[in-house]
Design a binder for this molecule. Sequence first.
Ligand SMILES: [Zn+2]
Ligand SMILES: [Zn+2]
Length: 137
Amino acid sequence: MNEKKIKELLVVNKLRKTKVRTEILSIFLNKNCALSYFDIKENLKRKFDKVTVYRTIHKFLEKNLIHEVPSSSSAQKYAFSETTDNIINNNHAHFICKECGNVFCLNDVSLNNFKLPIEHNIDVINLTANGVCVTCR
Ligand SMILES: [Zn+2]
Ligand SMILES: [Zn+2]
């Protein structure tokens, strides 16, 4: 399941196919919400050491395969990027559920149309909606 998509994503991003990369990508593709390191670790079928998992997360961030999302907990969460071309062009709002703490990408709520002051160098804009998700409602 998702095997073809995973292979494609790795090829496009010039990443060698390794067990840890395949597994982590597959976890992201199977979840529709953002994941922390601990969520990823919990869902891994094989045992990988912490360094390997963190290194893979950073590689995926570097390739824009995943992105960091705002979170209500102290653990940094990451979400799968629907488009990998440019993280700034793909800047979108996020939704945080106050019940389960899950973070969802609102890919249709684009943050690219704001008129921003040009005297500042803005790297990232965050817009977060809070409420109760469809599962907790
Ligand atoms: Zn929820
Ligand atoms: Zn997102």
